[in-house]
Write a protein that binds this ligand. Sequence first.
Ligand code: AMP
Ligand code: MG
Length: 341
Amino acid sequence: MSVGAKILPATEASIQLVVDVLQSGELVVLPTETVYGLAAIISDDAALGKIFEVKGRPLIDPLIVHVLDLSSLLDLVQIGDDLFNKIYRLVDAFCPGPLTFVLKKRKNVSDIITAGKKTVAIRMPAHAVFREVLRHSGPLAAPSANPFGYLSPTCAAHVSNSIGDKIPYILDGGICAIGLESTILDLSSKRFAILRPGAITAEMIEGVLNEKIIAYRPLVSADPSAPGMLKQHYSPRTRLRLFEQSPEKEIPFFQENHTPKIAILYLSREEAKSQKITDEGNFSVFWLSESGDLNDVAHNIFDWLQRLDNMSFDIIYCQIPQKMDIGIAIGDRLIRAAAKF
Ligand code: AMP
Ligand code: MG
């Protein structure tokens, strides 16, 4: 069901319109290669404040700034020559793309963006439509365009079904190619660290920098300074449980007088076909990809969880991938999504 927001096709006229809307201090939703973002211009504190209102996001959760290129990034941060060289190499290897840098901020970056921190998170999105908007609007703050704590949106319909009544426009750029939020790399301390895993892995970064970085360490407790790292995040409304190999052990014995509707979401079609539980009775079986390719799983995971969330299942069992490559980021999102149940 779509309400409120107008979904605009990605034409030149729409891009002009959303640039005007942004410059008038309103929010618009834009496509990126990771997930859809709820954007505001970074020089307007009132517009930035609206992001938190629309998402129901606590003000202590800082925003990511999106810029067109390295020179726009350098306008917002304070760095020495040595760090510049490293950033240059990372940008050369991975940007524009799904890699966010946390760096010491300059005074011109609003405290609303950084939640009062001395650092700012910045990335260069690769999506051609977002880049065209940036070319005319200047840097934009844009968190994922979902209500705080809910699954991230990977197509215009996800946005219109959740915050569609709170925003005027969604610029439709198709289905997000990657489907998971960016990797966040903290470059503000001596030892670099992954704060959020994504498509760009620690190994890929180490390969470019030729030095060890602190790999992502899942937090067990809630750290209020980085709520994207809260234990529970990205959750469906429907109860979600995870399994590694087969779901049977996880499925509890139910009372005869209540037969729950159960969805099982496997990583691949082959996996789904080789398992004992099949698509019958109170079980419905789905798969996240044809072949089990983890990039396809990442691409589809938020969409499948949102679809199943709207199908009145009592519980969803989802298979969690191995902790390698982008599987680390997929596993991270799933563990958080299941944490509240
Ligand atoms: P979202 O854009 O909704 O995917 O969330 C942005 C993420 O970036 C959140 O998890 C923030 O905690 C994180 N973030 C933004 N700025 C900073 C910063 N200065 N230091 C650490 N994490 C940050
Ligand atoms: Mg988010």
